[in-house]
Design a protein around this ligand. Structure first.
Ligand code: NAP
Length: 499
């Protein structure tokens, strides 16, 4: 159980959204009976929570694990999906809902010789459930995204040596995690309804209070004092509570970067190493990670960095990694090289819609969606948490979509229909919105949010750039207009028109 939180079980994998803002909100009883131990829970607690949810709502009997879907095909005449899994399971259903996630297909770069390595080899997103022992081993970590930078400090003390292969440094700021005090636990319980209200209506699905000033409303001294406050604030508040123009005003963003660069230089004792760790892109052009003791790790003499932009990897050999600077031998290689974001999993399940149209073909130039949860030619198929939906704290917008889908299915049933498919005009409107407003997002094409980390993938914005309020507004509009954005039909009608 747990999906992404099952597979990403590498040391120190943890939330970077506050635990109580990330968990389910549909049941006050569930909220009351699970006391998160830390503001940012670690993977083991998250996995326990998800198992608790499954048991509390008696869901285990509905779940079959280990069933890798190999095809899902729409049959127009019976208005059903037939889904097949590699274990031989075959299921016919009226609806197909792929809750397969945006970060669920781990990506291994196509480095020559990768499979020839004779030591231990792991990907952070496919971490084994049996213990991995780092003690006394020469370890290489490739990748310095959110996963790599969580793992690196966690293993540095145990290893014999740790070599970090960094292509692009990231702006890492402190997570500022701590245990939830008994008083805070009581407050959380007492304020459930207002917490839920804030989370359900806020821009990014966080509790952080937005700032009320632009950067240059303040003097430099005030700004740097505020940046200090941001540095010491929890997780994503560096984005959600920062100056209101932080993501739109280049000068403001650059000064925040200057502040963070000074922090890095203050923490990392070796000046050369510090410079290697300072990014040259603006804050949030790539998804920023949040860390605990990351920069401090580079003061450990066992830890070193290889800058891949200067000395790229040539090949992996049986014993180690060869860059243009030579071969370094290892006992273990950890690939923290990310995921095929947004569309990776959906395009690998053999999904075929009307007339046998493969989803792969319909999305050959990038995803085409409505509200990031449905697309034309694939009736009764929904993908909550898919491409074009994401805006902020994942479970919050995913929860919005799940509610929308649930209500749509009930509407279809209650009105005597059996299929639902988005109309062309509605789908075009949503895609135009995504493509024309993508530039408003702070993320740039250097981010995997554009798919640029995957060779050959179409470069398209894969999030919902208008944010959650727009998603909520458009969903409400669909319901208020009696699902006019959707084509609803009955099989009996279809049979008559065919005849
Ligand atoms: P990622 O952010 O995509 O980072 C992958 C890293 O691998 C990058 O440093 C990338 O370098 C590097 N890389 C990729 N291909 C490479 C190659 N051919 N050679 C060398 N280096 C290569 O992936 P991630 O760290 O797994 O994180 C993905 C997302 O998962 C996060 O952004 C976040 O949304 C989520 N996550 C969340 C948490 C949490 O705290 N809750 C923790 C982990 C992950 P470039 O930057 O140069 O491409």
């Amino acid at each position: 159980m747990g999906g992404t939180w099952y597979w990403n079980r590498y040391p120190e994998a943890r939330f970077d959204s506050e635990s109580y803002t990330y968990g389910y909100l549909f049941s006050k009883e569930l909220f009351d009976d699970w006391e998160w131990q830390e503001h940012f829970a670690g993977q083991p607690e998250i996995e326990r929570y998800l198992n608790h949810v499954v048991d509390r709502f008696d869901l285990r009997r509905h779940i079959q694990t280990g069933a890798r879907v190999t095809s899902a095909v729409w049959d127009e005449s019976s208005a059903t999906w037939t889904t097949r899994a590699a274990d031989g399971t075959e299921v016919r259903s009226q609806y197909l809902i792929a809750a397969t996630g945006v970060l669920s297909l781990p990506f291994f770069p196509n480095v020559p010789g990768r499979e020839t390595f004779k030591g231990e080899s792991y990907h952070t997103g496919l971490w084994p459930s049996t213990p991995v022992d780092f003690t006394g081993k020469r370890v290489a970590v490739i990748g310095t995204g959110s996963s790599g930078v969580q793992l690196i400090p966690a293993i540095a003390d145990d290893v014999a040596s740790l070599t970090v292969y960094q292509r692009t440094p990231n702006w890492c700021t402190p997570l500022n995690n701590r245990p939830i005090t008994p008083e805070e636990q009581a407050d959380l319980r007492a304020n459930f309804e207002s917490i839920r209200h804030t989370l359900n209506t806020s821009q990014g699905g966080f509790l952080h209070t937005p700032h009320d000033r632009t950067a240059f409303d303040d003097s430099k001294e005030q700004r740097w004092a505020f940046f200090e406050k941001m540095w010491n604030s929890p997780g994503f508040s560096k984005l959600s509570s920062n100056y209101t123009d932080m993501m739109t005003n280049v000068a403001a963003n650059e000064e925040w970067c200057e502040f963070m660069a000074e922090k890095i230089r203050g923490i990392v004792k070796d000046p050369e190493t510090a410079e290697k760790l300072i990014p040259d892109h603006r804050y949030a052009q790539k998804r920023p990670p949040f860390v605990t003791g990351y920069y401090e790790t580079f003061n450990n003499p066992k830890v070193s960095i290889v800058e891949l932009k200067k000395t790229p990897i040539v090949q992996v050999t049986e014993t180690g990694i060869e860059t243009t600077a030579g071969l370094q031998e290892f006992d273990m290689i950890v690939w923290a090289t990310g995921f095929d974001f947004g569309t990776g999993t959906l395009l690998r399940m053999g999904i075929r819609g009307k007339g046998g149209l493969p989803l792969r073909e319909y999305w050959a130039d990038g995803p085409i969606t409505y509200l990031g949860l449905q697309c034309r030619n694939f009736p009764n198929f929904f993908f909550p948490g898919g491409p074009h939906g994401a805006a902020g704290n994942n479970p919050r917008y995913g929860g919005d979509q799940v509610e929308f889908i649930t209500n749509a299915i009930v509407y279809v049933r209650d009105h005597g229909h059996d299929t639902i498919e988005v109309r062309e005009a509605a789908e075009a409107e949503w895609n135009d919105m995504v493509n024309t407003t993508a530039a408003m997002s702070p993320f740039s094409e250097i981010s995997y949010f554009y798919g640029t980390n995957i060779p050959g993938k179409p470069v398209r914005f894969l999030l919902n750039p208008a944010g959650r309020p727009k998603l909520l507004e458009m969903m409400a509009e669909v319901v208020a207009n009696d699902y006019r954005a959707m084509e609803l039909s009955r099989s009996s009608e279809r049979a008559t028109s065919t005849a």
